[in-house]
Write a protein that binds this ligand. Structure first.
Ligand code: BG6
Length: 473
């Protein structure tokens, strides 16, 4: 492993920052995604958040209150020896309605102090510009990413943060898990469907607008500071054919392409042939401008980041599809060779090596694993400790496979930031009890708790992994 390998951890504003009504912040999509049975209909864009009961609970609004605790939290990251920390800015903290002429100074100052705190410990900030949250005013006014107007708003937001943090930040990621907009359109991109709308058309229009925005942001970033590194981000995890029936192999290839589509554009600079053909078949006609294709072509990303939690399976056999569907955000078939987490996410360490190799073969650009981890229920012992051997086991096996991909296969890998290095609100379920952290946070699913932070067993284990550059696992 390279000596400057970026070991660290990852979180996002929408799931840990809180302070939703403080510091001049405007409302964002995350603030209207409820906990409970209405969560999925809202995240899918099928239910309007305005139709929710008044007493709905929105876990993202206060989350783990990092808005107030970031100094204490960063000190714990530093104690683990983090070389980098991936986190996101809340767009509506900087542009409360998305369209102000000038950014909210209080918001910028908050992130400046936050970054300075990281730099104090020599922790490299890795910033996701948009991690699942759009200013709500832009949803109301323009239908969010359905409209090209969002491209300008996003670029103005990028302009403000690139200039402000020109000398403090190097690594940027334009959109978190950009492909999730196909699966959870409101959570991923603020998309709500109107009756009678062609959902596929709407989703790919939003995708096009985000892709153009990402390329324009990349261009701007390089103009402002040629040393900036701008990356894209994929919710990864290869689809395996359920059997060696060529029909299954073909199906798995196509399911992978649904996800690769985004990165193909961001890394290679043009729409892949298979996507153009799919648009023709589905009757999708995108609203585009000639200049879009030039911007896409000329501004590909510098590196490719991805999340990896699980691999997936695809089959064409209806009986198999119906009998064994695994509980994932991205529909998948249960793999009989793998165990699964308590939430049904299939545990496949070799899959991270397969994914690393597939992405590196396809794009030949540096990679960065910016999310990986096990969501699990932790039990606090009487003395307050948490013995999370299952988490250590999961991470150990994945890190081993990651190191093999680098040392044995030659993949160019910049870093590794396990997800939710401090417990935070789950994106898919809104739960606190789906915990990923090395640091325990005392808060439950209903929002009760002292918010006290404490070190789990995995805290010392990961500290040692970093100190030995992955040798002691
Ligand atoms: C990724 C997201 O999908 O996976 C994170 O980028 C998310 O925001 C993480 O939290 C884990 O998923 P979940 O649903 O367990 O929180």
């Amino acid at each position: 492993m390279r000596e400057d390998f970026l070991w660290g951890g990852a979180t996002a504003a929408n799931q840990c920052e809180g302070g939703f009504d403080q510091g001049g912040r405007g409302l964002g999509t995350v603030d209207v995604i409820p906990w409970g049975e209405n969560r999925f209909p809202v995240m899918l864009g099928d239910m309007d958040y305005k139709d929710l009961n008044e007493d709905s609970y929105f876990p993202g609004r206060d989350a783990i209150d990092m808005f107030h605790t970031y100094k204490e939290d960063i000190a714990l990251f530093a104690e683990m020896g983090f070389k980098c920390y991936r986190f996101s800015f809340s767009w509506s903290r900087i542009f409360p309605t998305g369209e102000e002429e000038k950014p909210n100074e209080e918001g910028l100052k908050f992130y400046e102090d936050f970054i300075d705190e990281l730099l104090k410990y020599n922790i490299e900030p890795v910033i996701t510009i948009c991690h699942f949250d759009v200013p709500l005013a832009l949803v109301e006014k323009y239908g969010s990413w359905k409209s090209r107007k969002l491209i300008d708003c996003y670029v103005a937001y990028c302009d403000a943060i690139f200039r402000r943090f020109k000398d403090k930040v190097k690594y940027w990621i334009t959109f978190n898990e950009i492909n999730i907009l196909l699966h959870l359109p409101f959570m991923g991109a603020g998309i709500q469907f109107k009756e009678g709308e062609n959902k596929t058309q709407v989703k790919y229009q939003a995708a096009h607008n985000e892709l153009v925005a990402s390329a324009k942001a990349t261009k701007l970033a390089h103009e402002i500071n040629p040393d900036f590194k701008v990356g894209c981000m994929l919710a990864a995890g290869n689809f395996y054919p359920y059997s060696c029936n060529p029909e299954d192999v073909f199906e798995a290839m196509n399911r992978d392409r649904d996800n690769y589509f985004f990165i193909d554009v961001q890394a290679r600079g043009e729409y892949p042939a298979y996507a153009k053909k799919m648009f023709e078949r589905e009757g999708i006609v995108l609203e585009t401008e000639e200049e879009d294709f030039i911007v896409l072509k000329e501004n590909t990303v510098d590196y490719i980041t991805f999340s990896y939690y699980a691999s997936r399976c695809a089959s064409t056999d209806q009986e198999i599809i119906q009998k064994s569907t695994a509980g994932n955000v991205m529909a998948s078939i249960k793999n009989p060779y793998l165990k699964a987490s308590e939430w049904g996410w299939q545990i496949d360490p070799l899959g991270i090596r397969i994914t690393l190799n597939s992405l590196f073969d396809r794009y030949q650009k540096p990679l960065f694993i910016v999310e990986n981890g096990l969501g699990a229920i932790d039990k606090e012992e009487a003395d307050g400790s948490v013995i999370d051997d299952y988490r250590i086991e999961y991470l150990k096996e994945h890190i081993k496979a990651m190191i093999d991909a680098v040392d044995e296969d030659g993949v160019d890998l910049l870093g590794y930031t396990p997800w939710g290095c401090i417990d935070l609100v789950s994106a898919s379920t809104g739960e606190m009890s789906k915990r990923y952290g090395f640091i325990y946070v005392d808060k439950d699913d209903a929002g009760k708790g002292t918010l006290k932070r404490s070190r789990k067993k995995s805290f010392d284990w990961y500290k040692n992994v970093i100190a030995t550059n992955g040798k002691a696992l």
